[in-house]
Design a protein around this ligand. Sequence first.
Ligand code: GTP
Ligand code: MG
Length: 355
Amino acid sequence: MSFSIGIIGLPNVGKSTLFTALTKKQVDVSNYPFCTIEPNVGVVAVPDERLDKLAKLYNSPKAVPTAIEFVDIAGLVKGAAEGEGLGNKFLSHIREVDAIVEVVRDFKSDDIIHVHGKIDPQDDIKTINLELILADLETVNKRLDNLEKQSKGPSNKTLLKNIEILKQLKKILEDEKFAINLNVPDEDIRFIKELTLLTYKPILYVYNIAESEINKPISGAKEPYLAICAKLEAELTSLSDKEIKEYLDSAGIKHTGLDKLILHSYNLLNLITFFTAGPKEAHAWTVAKGTYAPQAAGKIHTDFEQGFIKAEVINWADLIKAGSEVLAKKQGLMRTEGKNYQIQDGEVVNFLFKH
Ligand SMILES: Nc1nc2c(ncn2[C@@H]2O[C@H](COP(=O)(O)OP(=O)(O)OP(=O)(O)O)[C@@H](O)[C@H]2O)c(=O)[nH]1
Ligand SMILES: [Mg+2]
């Protein structure tokens, strides 16, 4: 299983330009057996300097980064929720992703048509977000109808509670707010997640700006956001690593816009990264926050989960500071944890299991 980010926005705003730039950073997919490879899906490595440092420490010839999928979704137009443009088909593509990157155009060009005839990113965001809200409202109304019919039968506590949640969601959406704004106890989140609402997904706004505007703050931008020049990023991907480094140094920045986009997107998903490292390879793995040690082991191999005995765990920075695993053990920095331990972000783990 890998996590996916859908790139959405009005037509002609630079989604495919960004996507194509991202696909230049495609990982070697043979390391990621569960990835779906379709033309509009790009599997991209998540840059992580912790992994690079661990690979160095262990002299691992290979470093396998964790990866996320980006999905290039066709442009959305006003009225999509009623089937305008590619309409529902396109909305169903968004339903399948774990988080959304919403691209808005903030660059001027007489050659490239803007569907609304003017450059107004805030207004574009309103248009798109309203379509997402309307699509969700339809989902909620359908489900509500359905459950209300069922509630005419023998009464059932869960059913009544779910109807109540749907009514609250309906109210929020009718106020043109996102479903994510609804506060419910943890136990009810599952029901809401099953509805696969578009406005319950984490979202990042990407302002596609002109190259000349880079480093200028955007006033009134919708949070959380990132400003990127898609065209420049696309050009950068054809440079060598050395040339990119020179460019970054001369511009006085640490990461390319594309790397920032990948990192921000990864962070949106609320995941953690843990590492395994040895003489063959250093490997970064992704799991949801709160994952227990055996399930984290299962991410590597199902046998690891079934035969799980214990895990030796150390924070990556402590390990680097100690200088080696042996020295870390001597200093008592490596802990042994059992099946009720939740793996934390940045930990290096040795799983011990019986065959
Ligand atoms: N000047 C400039 N042009 C850009 C930039 N980003 C994209 N473009 C141009 O805008 C046009 C549309 O870009 P695409 O990436 O195809 O847009 P899209 O959002 O995928 O469009 P649809 O797939 O039709 O929804 C292309 O001609 C791009 O070269 C930019 O940052 N600056
Ligand atoms: Mg496109």
